[in-house]
Structures are given as C-alpha cells and as structure tokens.
Ligand binder design. Structure first.
Ligand SMILES: [Zn+2]
Length: 137
C-alpha cells in the first residue's frame, strides 16, 4: 500500500494529472485521496494515477447561475467515464452547451485552485475539454 503523502498530490497537481484511489480488495477506483473504499469499506486503498482522457457518460447544462457566474452564461456539468471506467463529475470547458454529446471524447484540462462543490463531493478543480476541439499550438 502506497502512503498518501501530500507531496505526491502536490506533484500531481503541478503536472495536471488526475490521481485517484484504488481499492486492492474489490478493485474499484475513485477520484481523490481516500482512506476507505466507498464501494466495499476496505481500508486497503492505494493511490493510482487515473487516465487523463475519457468520454462523456452523461451531462447537464446548468442554466441557473450564481450571480458571480452570470456573465459566463450556461455551463456543462458532466459525468466523465475515464478509459479505465472510473467516473468523474466535472465541468466541461471549451465547449458550447449545444455541442456536448454523450460519448464525446474529452481530456483533462486545467485546475482551478480553491473551488469547491456545493454537494459536499470532494472536488479538486479539474475540468475536462473536448479532444476534438483541442488547440494545437
Ligand atoms: Zn473496495
């Protein structure tokens, strides 16, 4: 079992990688550091690097905007299924709400420091953007 030291997470942030936890008992992966497997309750959980690409599993276009976001217009919240099957709740950026599709390939984008979810879900500020609209410069 790999120790979940803060240093590992800091390094991961710098490289824009997405780290998760894998339960060695049941094999379930999830995003973020965990001490207990959310699926089976095992404490035998190791830190793993998750794939940085996946596809849109489902999505919602959010039109009800908090005042500080009003000028940005509606945004897309999606469940992204990574290549290893891990599902991640994330905002989709660099994509118009009318262009998002189920099954659309996406990749990990940048991280916003200090952003938190209202639902109490651990949220690390990662976002995903469409692979097809990627800027090449
Ligand atoms: Zn488990």
């Amino acid at each position: 079992m790999m120790p979940k030291s803060p240093r590992i997470w800091q390094l991961a942030e710098r490289r824009y990688r997405l780290l998760g936890s894998r339960c060695t008992a049941c094999g379930k992966t999830s995003v973020g550091p965990r001490n207990v497997c959310p699926a089976c309750g095992s404490e035998d959980v190791e830190t793993v690097q998750l794939p940085s690409t996946g596809t849109v599993y489902s999505y919602t276009v959010v039109h009800a905007l908090p005042a500080e976001r009003e000028r940005y217009g509606p945004y897309i919240m999606a469940i992204v299924e990574l290549e290893d099957g891990t599902r991640v709740t994330s905002e989709i950026v660099d994509c118009e709400p009318e262009d998002v599709k189920i099954g659309m390939p996406v990749e990990l984008a940048f991280r916003v420091i200090g952003q938190e979810s209202e639902e109490g879900i651990i949220y690390y500020g990662y976002k995903f953007r469409p692979l097809v609209f990627r800027k090449t410069n």
